[in-house]
Design a protein around this ligand. Sequence first.
Ligand code: CP
Length: 305
Amino acid sequence: TRHLLGVQGMHPTRIEPFLDLAESYALMNRSRKTPRDRLRGRTVINLFFEDSTRTRTSFELAGKRLGADVINMTVASSSVNKGETLLDTATTLNAMRTDLLVVRHAQSGAPALLAQKVDASVVNAGDGTHEHPTQALLDALTIRRHFGGLHGLTVAICGDVSHSRVARSNIHLLTAMGARVRVVGPPTLIPGAIGALGVDVHYTMEEGLRDVDVVMMLRMQRERMTGGQVPSAREYFRFYGLDRRRLAVARPGALVMHPGPMNRGVEIDSRVADSDQSVIREQVEMGVAVRMAVLDLLSRAGEPT
Ligand code: CP
């Protein structure tokens, strides 16, 4: 389809073209040779209703490296503040002949709603607690570069799973690609129905990290929590923080990942985040390549092959 709204239900034959093209864009980025005419004449608008460092910047770089005209809409200084609705904002941007609309919104389902109303291709850049598909693609690409594939690997996704769109998209993508997924965290931050997604659930890091190939840490999303859910940072780190002692129960050389933004000393110890096992910076690098592949493939959707 011409939109990328989520990973749920996506078949490996649709996932792999994104990863393969992103792999070649990663190499081109390293040699600073990207096809600047690929998206010439196309317009990409970044419409972010929530804060972002990595996703917004990498979509902007991705568009520019392929020659698109990229506009960043800053919602804080837009007419949203004068009461304009999400739909009116999107249809206004659509009327300017936008080709790709990259949307982040606090409400789950907002990008899907827009996709029904606009001609532009819509890319979900994170919606509420629902999905963050380009994050899952860049995580998969990072893992694939180290292990050669995803099939048969065991990945532990740790921490605040309840509020994490990153966790949900990763669960869908990794299981679709044949990896085994465990979720690890306090019972208050693991949804009761998560087992229905085909994952194993562990409530201690010592059990959950045993012999895993990849440890994926999540940020504790205090801003999405309600009163009783908020643990203190110190207590959280004591039981669920990733330090060297806990990492030692994973496979030797297991990858340490974090989508960012990181809260050092809350979910992850700095010595682990900055260690040789950490691929956090590579995730950011792959983020640009994946978003180049997404913009490229979506802009070609519907063209004769
Ligand atoms: N991982 C991620 O989505 O980071 P940002 O919120 O900075 O975009």
